[in-house]
Design a protein around this ligand. Structure first.
Ligand SMILES: [Zn+2]
Length: 280
């Protein structure tokens, strides 16, 4: 199979693939007896087309399901390429994807940015899930249980986890990333630690994240600890009566001991003030 040089496809268990894209968004490919399930349709129709063409190298079975781990554009704006496919997401993911103001804010950020897909963002037909659920549901693909679980708000209001109990594989979207600072702009900092507590009780050997490398259970616990530390240090700084600027400096300084080498640590400068406002 000939892939773009920045893409790797790893078969992590029989018929379960992680498609990892450097500095971009990852997706999952699960092949069953009759069809294929895709986790995350990627950022733009052109990225979805590349994904679909890679799937054709793995199997000639049709794509039957797409799962949106959450509503962010870089995970779900490829949905329109999947015609006659069941697109599954959490009820809150549906609400976010049909929130016109929220999406137009994102669209204008992308269109006015300098990424190579800025123009394409203008013509994306944002396509929400056509099947939603509240707490959990299961699909049986190739005799294997694929469990879709919602544990509460975290990185967005509608993050779901795709759990494959037999192989102890979990697709985590952007909630859990391996040694990487997540985007915090749409997050729910008061809820996120509780959601993480529930995730960490799943018996996971390997997780595939929305961005970056696959991780093991230890990496999952580290990602959970980072969010706990971030939220606790922010709350402490507020309790001490610091203003946003002082609090941001203290939180970054305290976090740097343990997390300085994580990808995207430098983004915290810009990200933390907003997070502190949400907690105050
Ligand atoms: Zn996201």
């Amino acid at each position: 199979m000939k892939l773009r040089p920045d893409i790797k496809i790893i078969e992590i268990a029989s018929n379960i693939y992680a498609r990892l894209h450097d500095n971009m968004t990852n997706s999952g490919i699960i092949v069953g007896d009759e069809g294929v399930l895709i986790i995350d349709s990627l950022s733009m129709p052109s990225f979805a087309k590349d994904l679909i063409s890679d799937v054709k190298h793995i199997t000639d079975k049709p794509i039957k399901y797409v799962i949106d781990t959450h509503a962010h554009w870089d995970h779900s704006w490829g949905n329109e390429e999947f015609n006659d496919v069941t697109i599954i997401g959490h009820q809150n993911c549906y609400l976010e994807m049909t929130d016109v103001d929220w999406n137009e804010e994102w669209r204008s950020k992308i269109v006015n940015g300098d990424d190579s897909w800025a123009k394409e963002a203008n013509i994306v037909n944002i396509t929400p899930p056509n099947l939603t659920f509240e707490s959990s549901m299961s699909l049986y693909i190739g005799g294997r249980q694929i469990e879709l679980i919602y544990f509460g708000k975290a990185h967005t209001s509608g993050d779901i986890f795709i759990n494959i109990p037999k192989e102890k594989i979990l697709f985590t979207g952007d909630v859990i990333q391996r040694r990487k600072i997540p985007y915090l702009g749409d997050c729910y900092p008061a809820d996120w630690p509780h959601t993480n507590d529930k995730i960490s009780k799943l018996p996971v050997d390997i997780f595939v994240s929305g961005h970056g490398d696959n991780g093991n259970h230890n990496d999952l616990v580290e990602a959970k600890t980072f969010i706990n530390d971030l939220v606790n240090y922010s709350k402490n700084a507020l309790d001490e009566g610091r203003n946003i600027k002082q609090a941001t400096e203290i939180v970054i300084k305290t976090l740097s001991d343990r997390y300085e080498n994580w990808t995207g640590f430098e983004s915290l400068d810009e990200q933390i003030p907003d997070l502190i406002m949400k907690l105050s």
